[in-house]
Each structure stands twice: as structure tokens, then as C-alpha cells.
Design a protein around this ligand. Structure first.
Ligand SMILES: Cc1cc2nc3c(=O)[nH]c(=O)nc-3n(C[C@H](O)[C@H](O)[C@H](O)COP(=O)(O)OP(=O)(O)OC[C@H]3O[C@@H](n4cnc5c(N)ncnc54)[C@H](O)[C@@H]3O)c2cc1C
Length: 298
């Protein structure tokens, strides 16, 4: 069977694209290997009508919606290669091959946390990456911003909107300029630029950050600057151009620089993204794909 579109990734971007394409009577196959960027969290926030649902509930509701459209097929498989000729040939980890006229890359990003002992035990339960997603739940708590990058200052200024009881730890890295140090101190933000030995707490609840010099900083939550990388290599492998921050470059309808290849969601993010943004981009890319297929066929 020749599919109109093969979607790689069943996060909000891919799922919403599948919905819009299904409703446009397109034959769609959506692949997902169930490793979304927010898999460590218990609740997701900031998506109107589903504020506070778990990532699992979000996906179940999406699959329920898609089950009404017979032309949308969801495959819990990982795509391992995409080859382009006049169509696209996708191979999955089960060795199955599928052919499609277009491909939507919605495979998202993966995150790398700073190398600090025990940090993974708290990420997603009391330590987060986006204050817009999880700041409200930590309102006025004693918080730490952990950032080894030049964005430390920006992150600290932003998080202060949710709590004035704030410190910044740069884990021994030169993340702040003198002007930034002065500005943060003037606002009462504590600065700790020595290496962090480990984070302490229990059952995902952060209690303190222990520095190499023995200083223990009591904190009940915080935000950490992460590094991002593409979850799947297909954009680069197909020759799609990147934007300056490393996401895939797209136009307003999700078209990449390669004909027939579209992208949506975190995979083209140029700033920390959100579920609702990814879903909206999926919808726009679906409209781009459907318009281009109509143009080709009419
Ligand atoms: C800790 C944390 C908390 C967050 N909290 C919130 C929040 O509260 N509110 C909010 O709006 N946003 C939140 N986010 C951000 C949000 O998770 C992302 O912006 C959103 O998931 C991006 O959607 P996406 O569809 O682009 O990618 P994803 O949701 O990451 O989905 C991509 C999917 O593609 C699949 N995939 C990848 N490669 C392949 C392949 N080769 N074959 C098949 N499938 C593949 C993955 O398994 C994954 O399921 C949070 C992020 C993190 C890290």
C-alpha cells in the first residue's frame, strides 16, 4: 500500500498531524516507539482542557480520537531508516517496510542533563526544565537553578517570577558574566559557582544540593538547563537544512528544505517547546502536506 503520509513520532505533533490528515481522508501510517521527551513527568500542564493530565492519559485520549478515522494506522514500532526515491521507503525495527508519498518528522528531542550525581532521580518530579510547564507547582518554594550554560542568567531571571527564594548553581562552569552576577545579587539571588558533589532527597523529592566544598544548600525543587539533541537522525540523513539552534528548518506549513519531507514539534524547536505548540505545528504541517498532495494531483 502507498500511504499519503508516514509520520515518525506519536507525540502531540505527530498525533495532531495524524488527526488532521485523517479528517482530510488521507491514508496515514504513524510510527511511535513510546519514548517522549516528557516521559519522566507525572503531570503535564499548560494545555487548555487537559491541564494536569499525565503523559499517558494524554496519549490514550489522542489514540481514542484517532481510532474514529479508519484511514489512520498507528504502529508501535521504531523507524530505523528512511530512503528517498520518487517515494519514501521506511523500515522499522521489526524489519517491516512501508512506502509513502510524504514523510512527517515528528520524532522530537532527547535531553542530556548535566553530569551531577543523582540528578536523574529528581528530574521530572521536583527538578524540571521549563518553568512555564512546572513553575506553578513549585510556587514560592526554595528553588535552585542548575545551569552550566550562558543561559543561566536568563533562566534565573525567569524562575524568579515563580519564587523569590532562589539560588543559582553553575556546577563549576563559567556560566555568568560579572554584570550578570551583580544583577542577580542585587535581586537577592544566591550564587554558587563551585562544583556540585551530588543532589540529595528521597523518592524524587529534592531536599538539598551538596557542593564539593561541603556546603549543603537546602532546596525543595528547581530547574535545570539541559542540552538537546535530535531523537532520530532522519532529518540530517535526508539532507534537511537546520535552523541556527539545531532544529530542522521549516516554513509556515511545516515544509523542510527537502521536497516531500515535513517536520513539526520539538524536532524543529528553536526555543523550549510545549505540548500545545507541538500539536499546533503538527496541525499546520498536516495542512501543508494535504495542500501539496492536492497540488500534485489536481
Ligand atoms: C521534564 C519535562 C516536563 C515537561 N512538561 C511539560 C508540560 O507540563 N507541559 C508542556 O506543554 N510541555 C511539557 N514538556 C515539553 C513537552 O514534553 C514537549 O514539548 C512535547 O512532548 C513535544 O512534542 P513532540 O510531539 O514534538 O515530541 P515528543 O512528545 O517527544 O514525541 C516524539 C515521539 O517520537 C517517538 N520517536 C522518536 N524517534 C522515533 C523513531 N525512530 N521511530 C518511531 N518513533 C520515534 C518518540 O518515542 C516519541 O514518542 C516537558 C518536557 C520535559 C522534558
Amino acid at each position: 500500500m502507498l500511504y499519503d503520509c508516514a509520520i515518525i513520532g506519536g507525540g502531540p505533533a505527530g498525533l495532531n498531524a495524524a488527526l488532521v490528515l485523517g479528517r482530510a481522508r488521507r491514508n496515514v501510517i504513524l510510527f511511535d516507539d513510546s519514548r517522549p521527551r516528557n516521559e519522566v513527568t507525572r503531570q503535564t500542564h499548560g494545555f487548555i482542557t487537559r491541564d494536569g493530565v499525565s503523559p499517558g492519559e494524554f496519549r490514550q485520549a489522542a489514540y481514542r480520537d484517532l481510532s474514529r478515522y479508519a484511514s489512520v494506522l498507528c504502529k508501535p514500532e521504531r523507524v530505523v531508516s528512511v530512503n528517498r526515491t520518487s517515494t519514501f521507503r521506511l523500515t522499522t525495527d521489526r524489519g517491516e517496510c512501508y512506502v509513502a508519498r510524504t514523510v512527517l518528522l515528528a520524532s522530537g528531542l532527547r535531553e542530556a542533563l548535566p553530569s551531577i550525581r543523582h540528578i536523574h532521580e529528581y528530574y521530572g518530579s521536583s527538578l524540571f526544565s521549563c518553568p512555564y510547564c512546572d513553575g506553578w507547582e513549585r510556587l514560592d518554594e526554595p528553588l535552585v537553578v542548575i545551569s552550566e550554560q550562558p543561559l543561566a542568567y536568563h533562566m534565573a531571571r525567569t524562575v524568579r517570577q515563580w519564587s523569590r527564594d532562589l539560588i543559582v548553581c553553575t556546577n563549576g562552569k563559567p556560566a555568568l558574566t560579572d554584570d550578570q552576577r551583580q544583577a542577580l545579587r542585587r535581586k537577592g539571588v544566591g550564587l554558587y559557582e563551585q562544583p556540585i558533589r551530588c543532589l540529595n532527597g528521597e523518592q524524587g523529592q529534592l531536599k538539598s544540593s551538596l557542593l564539593e566544598d561541603g556546603t549543603e544548600l537546602r532546596r525543595t525543587g528547581g530547574f535545570v538547563e539541559t542540552a538537546w539533541f535530535q531523537a532520530a537522525p532522519f532529518g540530517e540523513a535526508l539532507g534537511c537544512r537546520s535552523n541556527p539552534l539545531g532544529g530542522l528548518a521549516i516554513d509556515s506549513l511545516g515544509r523542510t528544505s527537502v521536497a516531500g519531507v515535513y517536520a513539526a514539534g520539538d524536532t524543529c524547536a528553536i526555543a523550549p517547546s510545549q505540548l500545545i505548540v507541538a500539536a499546533a505545528e503538527g496541525s499546520r504541517a498536516a495542512i501543508g502536506i494535504n495542500s501539496d498532495l492536492i497540488h500534485a494531483d489536481f
